[in-house]
Write a protein that binds this ligand. Sequence first.
Ligand code: SF4
Ligand code: SF4
Length: 366
Amino acid sequence: MSTQSENRSANERKIENAATFKVYPYRRMVQFGFLLLTIWIGIEFIVWVKQLESGLSPTLSRPPGVEVFLPLSALISLKYWLLTGVFNLIHPSGLVIFMIVLATGVLLKKGFCSWVCPFGLLSEYLAKIHIVLFDRIRKIPGWLDYPLRSLKYLLLLFFGGSILFGMNVLRLEQFINSPYNKVADIKMLQFFANMSDVTLWTLVILVLLSILIPYFWCRYLCPYGALLGMISWFSPLKIHRNAESCIDCDKCTNVCPAGIQVHKANAVFSDECNACLECVDACPVKDTLYLSVTKKQWKLSRKAYLFILIGLFVLGTAMAKISGFWQNNISTKEYQYYIKRMNEPVYNHNRGAVPDYEGKSDQSRK
Ligand code: SF4
Ligand code: SF4
């Protein structure tokens, strides 16, 4: 009897001593910071394209950060760089950002999804609408959840596989230097600015599905999330649970947006864990749930995680700027030439093929 009460009071002491620092508000700040940055880049890019379209000489410079929306072009550039040693300067910042994101996956698991990605932030707020409508998160049954989760890996295989296994150096080089790739960012803007009914309804359906089934896009469809999930599986950093001090309160599991049974795991290996650290914030017992490389060694505090994540983006971007791998090498004169011909076949994607293009036709525009 006395041993039981001693244990209880020991646990109560631990609970009282539980860290008061919560990383959640900082994660939100980082998410909104990246969202504002994305909006700023978007506005700057729209103004720049509008000035080009109206025949004016742009008063703004093209924001290189817009290349974050060209992950397939970045993957092609990465493969080309690895095979040839040439870091192409058509969309250099796209490749730099892509490599920073891959580095976060290796070092910090899927932190990009829960700390940086604006679609991750949007999904969280759509999940809040779900809770308002249905009182709590209603999970879909496992028999449906597992096959749906494989969809994002199939999409990754479809897009990534054709680049990794289907493009040799010549095809990579042709694509990188093609007129289509050079204006892919402008094409993307025009695609959303002149949205077809099909695209509009697809977006509306995705939003509705994300309200009905929380994190629908992230959990089932996002190929970027699939790539990071695979990489993060090999990340040495994991959420660890100390079963000896755990009081089985299930708070960690209840707050996990990925639906992971954290209270039963000794270490979270799931590819769905997006390192949001909500479970660590929720755990009431000190040193029971934590990020670390091994069960007892190489613990990483939530503050350190925050600084390393931001540091990777700041340092990576700064190094790229200093070393000249940030701004692309396409001149305003070239862009002025391209913008008048955007509807010609050579500026269309054509499933990666480059019709009527032999790598010569636009050389004279420089
Ligand atoms: S296990 Fe923890 S860190 Fe991973 S998704 Fe769930 S709550 Fe977030
Ligand atoms: S939050 Fe999870 S790990 Fe922490 S005490 Fe409760 S069940 Fe255990």
